[in-house]
Design a protein around this ligand. Structure first.
Ligand SMILES: [Zn+2]
Length: 76
């Protein structure tokens, strides 16, 4: 989690890149991710996400990454 001015509420996925634009799902503000060592800092942008941008969506990539670590078969 990365700290937005409204709180530590922004989730960054493992495939996030330097310069990506992320939205805070709480206050709706837009930020640019700036890589700093093994984490990111936020550069506030003078933009707000639209209602469509902020609509909840399942974050399937972390689930798929977790499932990819499971063995293909299990011997019982
Ligand atoms: Zn926020």
């Amino acid at each position: 989690m990365i700290r937005c001015p409204c709180g530590p509420v922004i989730t960054v996925t493992p495939d996030a890149q330097d310069g990506d634009i992320v939205l805070c799902r709480v206050c709706g503000s837009a930020h640019r991710l700036n890589r700093q060592a093994d984490t990111f800092t936020l550069e506030p942008l003078d933009m707000q996400g639209s209602a469509e941008d902020l609509k909840p969506r399942p974050e399937t990539r972390p689930i798929e990454a977790f499932i990819s670590l499971a063995p293909a078969t299990v011997t019982i």
